[in-house]
Design a protein around this ligand. Sequence first.
Ligand SMILES: [Zn+2]
Ligand SMILES: [Zn+2]
Length: 255
Amino acid sequence: MRVTVAGSSCSVPRIDRACSAYLIEDGDFAFSLDFGTGAFANVRRYVDYDELDAVVISHMHADHFLDLIPLRYAIRYGSKRRKNRLPLWMPPGGIAMLRAMTNVFVGEGNGDFLDEAFEIKEFDPAKPLPIGEGRLRFAATTHFISSFAIRYERNGTSITYSADTAPDQRVVELARGTDLFLCEATLLANEQEQGGVRGHSSSKEAAKMAADAGVKRLVLTHYSQDATPADLADGARAIYKGDIEIADDHSVIVV
Ligand SMILES: [Zn+2]
Ligand SMILES: [Zn+2]
């Protein structure tokens, strides 16, 4: 299994970096967890739009799905041809939100803007979802809107992606014993969320979740231009004793 980080920024892209997307290649099967702002150009360096097998969206914040729009244009107008429409798994309620947003692009008689490129479905977070030769499981997170952490597993090897979340025991349970935990570290070391409403984690909080879940390896991601080493791994190392890596666009992690 191979994970390529195609976007490691939080909602505001770092310079020359994209927002959330994690390309997972497992044998012949390649899919992306999220497809955020600017990520398409990075994903296609590895797996282009004619060969991508699926996209799964964790939640409906722009930094996690916005590049579905250029992906749609590529599938519709690009010189490479897909054999099928691209399977696109949205969170519950995500299809209506995506349609509402893309309706502004849809002229008269062009009502299949999304459907001509994508085979769109919503996942049921309560049920495992078969994908390729593996399966996905989901856990709701603590975020400002409905959001789901996602675990991909095949033959006992697993990758768990936190999506966006404040510290949350449900995410810990989903990540339990996982081989690779991709966890957001949006908040700077001493940053407080506005009004005390929680929706993100610091690197120390990510490390605490990783330690509680007994994960084998931690990758911190979804961080801002302002994040310093002190905001990232330095603080986390005292809490989580396993390997910690800082994701960057084009990081490749073999699991
Ligand atoms: Zn985000
Ligand atoms: Zn978000």
